[in-house]
Design a protein around this ligand. Structure first.
Ligand SMILES: *Cc1c(COP(=O)(O)O)cnc(C)c1O
Length: 364
């Protein structure tokens, strides 16, 4: 083996903003030595692709020598038809995270402020930083958005507001009426993005439907994804529905060919199989209810959740509790000193989680 050359005194120069980023930590795999091990750390679907979707994936793989359709015409039309909107109001991306980045790239000139609740989805601060935006974070009130405080935090420099409903990681929704009153206060030249990654799991009738709310509001757009309820997290495809100029801006900033041929085919097949997929979503919702009820009966405080996860605000106990789950073969998503987010998985996984919660001393 050649000898390692000595460390050079000067390294390539990177943007200082990168110093703020911790290296990406993927959702943990369970590390217990015995037992099956369950991954409840990334809010994935516990189900593999439906046979019809797997067949579409296999068929699309046969044309992997060709570039994807950069305009994703067939998928865009399928999404538009599904929601009853013009195809010009749809933009696709590499997951809805891809669209978060596309939108930030589209609005962030130097000095642009990006407003969101905190804690919320971790991609917002990181991608806002990367785009050169200035994050303005408004603390949650209880476990939900404080829309009054967010309205008060708007300045002439605010270019983009994220409203994550249900909120990751707390699971709470914003109330439709409150959201409407909030949107009335946002200046027309400031974009509001409703991140509805978990919308298929929502059962509370007070929840907003972003696709309805955007229709008469030229500065509102919605993000949806195939990653969660549709079970395609590994294929990376999400979409935006919004007014034509917003969708057009998101298309301009998309990395060329970012949604693969296989991802497009899988998404189209998933829309065709939607009723079958929604049966699975119903099963997860039933499990969510069972898990939350069991936790409440044990004396845990669990905010109402409309997503496929529960949130335990454990504070200083967070890392301890996550370690106890880990020893039992369950990986979770701890946010040190704040709380633990635990995805709803298969019944057996949820049972193991509930056993850990039952045995844990000094429940929250
Ligand atoms: C999981 C998640 C997404 C979706 O990510 P993809 O890039 O579509 O996989 C978007 N927003 C929130 C709040 C999420 O939790």
């Amino acid at each position: 083996m050649p000898e390692q050359s000595p460390q050079p005194a000067v390294t390539p120069r990177f943007r200082p903003v990168l110093d703020r980023f911790a290296p990406y930590k993927p959702g943990k795999k369970p590390s217990a030595q015995d037992g099956p091990g369950y991954k409840l750390s990334s809010n994935e679907s516990p189900y593999g692709p439906l046979p019809s979707v797997a067949a579409a994936i296999a068929a699309a793989a046969g044309s992997a020598n060709r570039y994807p359709d950069n305009n994703a015409v067939e998928l865009t039309e399928a999404i538009a038809a599904r929601h009853g909107v013009p195809a010009a109001h749809v933009a696709v991306g590499c997951g809805s995270v891809g669209l978060v980045q596309q939108l930030l790239e589209a609005v962030c000139d130097p000095g642009a402020e990006v407003l969101y609740a905190w804690r919320s989805f971790e991609a917002y601060p990181y991608l806002a930083d990367l785009a050169g935006g200035t994050s303005v974070r408004v603390p949650l009130r209880g476990e939900g958005h404080d829309l009054d405080a967010m309205a008060a935090a708007i300045t002439p420099a605010t270019r983009l507001i994220f409203v994550c409903t249900p909120n990751n990681p707390t699971g709470t929704i914003v109330d439709r009426g409150e959201l409407g009153r909030f949107l009335d206060q946002v200046p027309a030249d400031c974009l509001v993005v409703l991140d509805e990654a978990y919308v298929q799991y929502v059962r509370d009738p007070a929840a907003p439907d972003g696709v309805e709310m955007y229709r008469d509001r030229p500065n509102v757009a919605v993000l949806r994804t195939f990653s969660k309820a549709y079970g395609l997290a590994g294929l990376r495809v999400g979409y935006l529905i919004g007014p034509e100029p917003v969708a057009a801006a998101a298309r301009k900033t998309m990395l060329t060919f970012t949604v693969s041929t296989v991802a497009q085919a899988a998404a189209i097949a998933s829309l065709a199989a939607e009723s079958e997929l929604m049966e699975r979503v119903d099963a997860v919702v039933a499990e969510r209810q069972r898990v939350r009820d069991a936790l409440l009966a044990m004396g845990w405080a669990v905010p109402p959740t409309e997503a496929n996860f529960v949130w335990l605000r454990l504070g200083a106990d967070t890392v301890n509790f996550a370690a106890a789950c880990d020893r039992a073969g369950i990986s979770t998503r701890p946010f040190a000193d704040e709380g633990v987010r635990v995805s709803i998985g298969e019944v057996a996984a949820n049972d193991v989680f509930l056993e850990v919660a039952q045995a844990y001393p000094g429940r929250a």
